[in-house]
Design a protein around this ligand. Structure first.
Ligand SMILES: [Ca+2]
Length: 363
């Protein structure tokens, strides 16, 4: 029977599968609420869960070659590491539904809860001396370190349940949009595991490839994690001093200035085309403090670098009402950590609640 033979043929399996995904996508694209780019097949539709990676593919041969020649891994080590790696379909599904894509009124309540605020205030007291030492060394106010710690991992309680090696391979092998990024993360991850005596197959993390209490991705860990408790290891899994100092080091390296504003409210509408253009450009659209003052008819506090402020628009409600803030260089340092303005705003607002709440950190 010719048909079953054709179906089993490897070179035909993939196109048929792709066709099925396309047909499914076309069928669902007619829904009134679906934005146009949902017509493309999602990465998750093109794989089977648990499908092994193909280490004989050009993609993996190229990766192995780099790991051998530039980083000194042996072929035997690589085969041992990669031979049981599987594609995790769930990782791909979650990548296409990221929280940061939600409007702010849906996004922030997930992080600004009574519990995260209270827990942050309690930890501010508990780690008062440590936070003061970190602030002294890196020049970052404690409330912001606590807020990032709280949002990233609920202060260390949620470090991610996905096997990180499978996750990074899934994103490298089956998520074309970010392939080169995750190729780099995979290499960085193997290096950091070797440097820190960590078994690569034992680490868990998020579906985006972030791990530990800081939820660093591998390249950020290698560039910015620090050893603050002095044991010679950069331990973002178990050491609170290393966790808080690593967050502070990151913000300091991206231009945090102690005592400067993070953001300032500038109104519900924008008063000039320049501001609208800057808002549309996002985290790379800059205007000066004077431009904002003129357009909004308000006065803003000065700060180091206040000729490079961003315009952040936050969705207030389903009806389309907006709230705009000026993002100072300290706000931009938080967006270096996570490029989403919504993320940075949630960090800033949680930090304020932790700092100003009753029994909390007073400044
Ligand atoms: Ca350490």
């Amino acid at each position: 029977m010719p048909l079953p033979r054709l179906l089993r043929h490897n070179t035909l399996f993939f196109p048929l599968h792709l066709l099925a995904a396309l047909l499914l996508a076309v069928a669902t694209a007619g829904a009134a609420s679906a934005p146009p780019d949902e017509a493309r097949p999602l990465a998750a539709d093109l794989v089977r869960d648990g499908q092994p990676i193909d280490i004989s593919s050009p993609r993996y041969r190229g990766l192995f070659k780099e790991l051998r020649l530039r980083h000194g891994f042996t072929e035997a080590e690589l085969l041992q590491l990669f031979s049981r790696t599987r594609i995790k379909r769930r990782v791909l599904e979650l990548m296409d539904r990221q929280w940061e894509a939600r409007p702010y009124y849906e996004y922030y309540p997930r992080f600004l809860t009574r519990e995260t605020i209270r827990q942050g205030q309690w930890l501010a007291e508990k780690h008062r001396a440590l936070l003061a030492a970190v602030e002294e060394r890196y020049g970052v106010e404690p409330a912001y370190l606590l807020a990032i710690w709280g949002i990233e991992s609920r202060y260390g309680r949620h470090k991610g349940a996905f096997n990180l090696f499978d996750t990074l391979n899934t994103l490298f092998d089956a998520y074309p949009r970010r392939r080169s990024f995750y190729r780099k993360q995979l290499v960085q991850f193997l290096l950091l595991c070797r440097e820190n005596g960590v078994d690569p197959l034992s680490v868990t993390g998020s579906y985006g490839g972030a791990f530990g209490q800081t939820q660093f991705i591998p390249s950020s860990f290698r560039a910015y994690a620090v050893d603050f408790d002095g044991d010679g290891r950069r331990d973002v899994w178990g050491s609170v001093p290393d966790v808080l100092a690593s967050i502070a080091n990151y913000l300091a390296r991206f231009g945090w200035t102690h005592g400067d504003p993070v953001y300032v409210e500038i109104g519900d509408t924008l008063g000039s085309q320049e501001l609208v253009a800057a808002w549309r450009k996002g985290r790379k659209g800059f205007v000066s403090r004077a431009q904002i003052e003129a357009a909004q008819e308000i006065e803003l506090p000065p700060a180091k670098g206040d000729d490079k402020l961003t315009i952040v628009g936050l969705e207030r409600d389903r009806g389309g009402a907006m709230r705009f803030v000026a993002g100072y260089p300290n706000f931009q340092a938080i967006t270096a950590w996570n490029h989403s303005n919504r993320y940075a705003m949630a960090v800033a607002e949680l930090a304020e609640r932790i700092r100003d709440g009753e029994g909390g950190l007073k400044k």
